[in-house]
Write a protein that binds this ligand. Sequence first.
Ligand code: ATP
Ligand code: ATP
Ligand code: MG
Ligand code: MG
Ligand code: MG
Ligand code: MG
Ligand code: MG
Length: 296
Amino acid sequence: MANSKFEYVRGFEQTDALLPNTWIVVRVDGRAFTKMCANYGFEKPNDRRALDLMNVAAKAVVADLPEIAIGYGISDEYSFVFHKSCNLFERRSSKLVSTIVSTFTANYVYSWSTYFPDTPLSCPLPTFDGRAVCYPTVQNLRDYLSWRQVDCTSATRHRLFPSCWLTCQGHINNLYNTTFWALVQLGGLGNKEAEKTLAGTLSADKNEMLFSRFRINYNNEPEMFKKGSVIFRDYELVDPDSHRVAEEMDDLAEPVLQSKSQADKDKKRRSKARVVVEHLDIIKDEFWDKRPWILS
Ligand code: ATP
Ligand code: ATP
Ligand code: MG
Ligand code: MG
Ligand code: MG
Ligand code: MG
Ligand code: MG
């Protein structure tokens, strides 16, 4: 079909290659999951089955694309990080995003019945949107991941940010949700009343409210709810005291792209490694110091 008179239309395609030598993050997010929760009867605030299903779909994505360095998920979203040297699809944004979104969605739908055996899928079917963002430095990338994890845990929020920041940032975190739903489900309050009760409260107030009114100790809530889920390839843990790799990482000294044979070898090694899902703090250095291969 080469050289037909129609072929000129290819020239209308726009290049969308992402900036070289930057960490690519593709984030998928469930479309209208607030409604999905109601339609399919998700438990509030945290339906374990729905989170397990997100994790199984994300694990399939990471296993399918060895170029992914790490994934991190909370609620109805998952972020996938490509190494800055990655050249998959010539770094074309639409290819990367659409491949991840459809691989994720296909696996989510495929595994649905395992996690919701009594709730068959019907319309609306679960769908996801996606976007790609480039981060130039490891610090920017870690800040991105910390930003997502802070949305999940609010104890960390306290440590990192002044309280004025807390009140400006809305209430998209698990401690807030846990207290809100305790007030509604166990305390018999209406949604509006519960919202009013929580207005202006700090983490300590919410912890106190949970314990004094409902005997719930927030510390005993499952790690997956408090910390979200991190997916990575599991090699041997490194003793952070003997290998200060993270500190020695010099962004400028690294080549823009790996040599072909090096990249192939690396890919093979990655495809063979065990992909694991854990619920860990990824804000502190410890996680990264113990697993220097993730960003190396
Ligand atoms: P959009 O299409 O703009 O993303 P949305 O309704 O999906 O709209 P989000 O900001 O993504 O909006 O919020 C996701 C919603 O799904 C939140 O209300 C969140 O509490 C809920 N949700 C996601 N996962 C779970 C879960 N495992 N258990 C209970 N609720 C969940
Ligand atoms: P890429 O991931 O780059 O798209 P690809 O293998 O999918 O790789 P395409 O250019 O999209 O490459 O080609 C699709 C292939 O699938 C072709 O070989 C085409 O003949 C085959 N194919 C698609 N649909 C059918 C079909 N209905 N019956 C038989 N073969 C098909
Ligand atoms: Mg969205
Ligand atoms: Mg959503
Ligand atoms: Mg969301
Ligand atoms: Mg084709
Ligand atoms: Mg094809």
